[in-house]
Design a protein around this ligand. Structure first.
Ligand SMILES: [Zn+2]
Length: 350
């Protein structure tokens, strides 16, 4: 039947560039495809195809392949022969894995749609899709974003709605071209601090996660749209300051002294520290107090500052304040904080 349908679809003659066999109840791909090496677009969505035929490897001119709503169980290995492919639609299948090598030849792929499948992970090989700009894997069971995905330099839109993500890798900062990020309905608790390096991000939707607070630089993002409903965000409620003495470890006291002396360009310490690379490395992890501007190492108070969303951001109507994470060096500074800053945890030691 597949062959007959293909012949009918080819009524346009041998020079046909587009074949559309949408919703024909086909259970296999027509093997005569091998004679259509000039084909540019192949639409086989809404059929019952469980496997890609090996003849597809002849379609080296193909730029669009739609196999959406079929019965595939993997991203087929044969994809690697489709070296001109730019748009690959595999939504609505039963895909739970990438076949080895599937990504190898897809160096021109711009769009990959894997919505509504059964993937639990994204393979590291995704990093071979160097030209990928749009990646959509909504409604799968993905638990983590591999670091390798963050090295797709051209990626401009990433959709991972309705998955099982619990965190975002720090490497997301490398996605310099990312403009739209959709992470609706996952289990994400924290956005990494370097998230704020995404200077081209314009649309962020993290509705339906478990985020309570945003990293400090969040207000500098140049967003146009920001949606965060259904997150247990900190609400603007004062936490009473306990007037306590800080008890710091000897390491903390020494580190603070040295870090702040280095900051003040103490020539003796600047020279001395060069002989102690390990100490230098440890001290490089110092953080700055939001009140006094001095540096500290491992002991701080975690606070929340409520800032109004930028007027340039389109947000959900009931978002009046965005809670940002702020670190403070001591109770002394905590008791001097402004009216918009609230304590959320006692002194922490790591
Ligand atoms: Zn301070």
């Amino acid at each position: 039947m597949a062959e007959r349908l293909l012949v009918r679809a080819l009524n346009g003659g041998e020079s046909t560039k587009i074949v559309t066999l949408n919703g024909k109840k086909m259970t296999k791909m027509p093997s005569a495809l091998k004679n259509l090496s000039g084909l540019r677009a192949l639409h086989l969505e809404n059929n019952l195809i469980p496997k890609v035929c090996s003849e597809i490897r002849a379609l080296t001119q193909l730029t669009t392949l739609n196999l959406g709503n079929n019965l595939l169980e993997e991203v087929p290995e044969e994809m690697k022969y489709l070296t001109s492919l730019e748009r690959l639609h595999l939504f609505g299948n039963r895909i739970n894995r990438f076949a080895p090598g599937a990504c190898d030849g897809l160096r021109n792929l711009i769009l990959l749609n894997l919505n509504h499948n059964q993937l639990t992970s994204i393979p590291e090989e995704i990093s071979r899709l160097k030209n990928l700009m749009y990646l959509s894997i909504n409604h799968n069971w993905i638990t983590s974003i591999p670091r390798e995905l963050c090295f797709l330099e051209k990626l401009s839109e990433l959709q991972l709605n309705y998955n099982r993500l619990t965190c975002i890798p720090e490497e997301i900062k490398f996605m310099h071209k990312l403009q739209k990020l959709f992470l609706i309905r996952n289990n994400i608790e924290v956005l990494p601090e370097r998230f704020c390096d995404l200077i081209n991000l314009r649309v962020l939707n993290i509705a339906g996660n478990i985020i309570r607070i945003f990293p400090p630089g969040f207000r500098d993002l140049k967003l146009r749209e920001f949606y965060c409903e259904e997150n247990p965000l900190f609400l603007k409620q004062p936490v009473r300051a306990a007037i306590k003495e800080d008890v710091w470890s000897l390491q903390e006291i020494t580190s603070r002294f040295i870090m702040n002396q280095l900051e003040a360009n103490n020539p003796f310490l600047m020279q001395a520290i060069e002989g102690y690379p390990e100490v230098k490395n440890t001290l490089s992890k110092g953080r700055e107090c939001a009140i006094c501007g001095k540096l500290f190492l491992t002991t701080w108070m975690e606070c929340v500052e409520f800032v109004s969303p930028s007027k340039n951001w389109k947000t959900s109507r009931n978002l009046h304040h965005v809670p940002l994470r702020v670190l403070i060096c001591s109770f002394k500074c905590f008791n001097q904080r402004g009216s918009n800053l609230f304590g959320i945890a006692k002194v922490q030691s790591k």
